[in-house]
Design a protein around this ligand. Structure first.
Ligand code: BGC
Length: 262
């Protein structure tokens, strides 16, 4: 089945056609910068533009950079605060006229890595960490997703969340070398290790391509490897998760409040 996978981040919105069974990318990636407002309506328009670019008429899987429960944003991450409580699944579905499944972006990247990449067959607790505008985390126990784990939100020193200090955006903002930034990232991984005791950490997101330039700074005990699928994992995972087993989270039945986009 051909599914359009879209990976939405704080700086770019990237889509590609994916074979949801093999996880193979069937087209080139199409990237549109995230609208600077990072507001729901503007971002929904870009999703529609990506769909039109591929002239896609089938299902869509979207990795989204907030906590997502039953399609609803339960946090705002690095996006506009208007996203809180918005049913992103419904918003994107209305904008495109197509069936849409939305999950957290790091969960999506992890989903691809665990099914088609370096995480395949890995048991125990595997933590996918994506390095981008924020620091995303996707947790898998014996291959099963534990959705919406937010390790980038660990408070650190004067920062409300450690990602403000140790993400790729912080590296860029402060013009840090990979060596300097790698030291910070290692502090973050140290906290991840202390709090979750993972068996394996897999790094994804654009910056993971440069692993060779900061791996000398990674001194934690847990094995750390870059994801083979690197930057593509978010797109592939979103598409695949849309068609395969939905995260358990989708079947919870407790009430979830929703906000309407005006
Ligand atoms: C968000 C996460 C997201 C991560 C990576 C964080 O700011 O809170 O939900 O996975 O950024 O995009």
């Amino acid at each position: 089945m051909v599914v359009l996978g879209i990976d939405i981040g704080g700086s770019g919105m990237k889509g590609a056609l994916v074979d949801s069974v093999t996880g193979e990318m069937l087209s080139k990636r199409h990237r549109i910068p995230t609208p600077p407002s990072r507001k729901p309506k503007e971002m929904a328009k870009v999703v529609k533009e990506i769909v039109d670019h591929f002239n896609h008429k089938g299902p869509i899987g979207i990795g989204f950079p907030t906590v997502i429960k039953k399609g609803i944003c339960k946090s705002t991450g690095n996006l506009h605060k208007k996203w809180l409580g918005v049913n992103a699944q419904e918003l994107f579905s209305n904008a495109t006229g197509l069936p849409v499944t939305v999950i957290n972006d790091a969960d999506a990247a992890g989903y691809a890595t665990m099914n088609y990449g370096s995480g395949k067959g890995k048991m125990g607790l595997v933590m996918m960490i994506t390095i981008g505008t924020g620091l995303g985390s996707g947790a898998f126990y014996d291959g099963e997703l534990i959705p919406n784990i937010e390790l980038g939100h660990i408070p650190y020193k004067k920062f409300m969340k450690i990602e403000s200090w140790a993400s790729a955006a912080a590296k860029e903002r402060e013009d840090l070398s990979y060596d300097k930034w790698g030291k910070r990232f290692n502090v973050f991984l140290g906290l991840v290790e202390l709090l979750t005791a993972p068996d394996l950490i897999i790094l994804g997101g654009g910056t993971s391509k440069k692993y060779d330039q900061f791996k000398h700074r990674i001194t934690i005990e847990t094995p750390v490897i870059p994801a083979e699928l690197r930057n593509e994992a978010g797109i592939i995972g979103a598409a695949a998760a849309a068609m395969h087993k939905a995260p358990k989270d989708f079947v919870v039945e407790y009430p979830i409040t929703e906000t309407k986009v005006k």
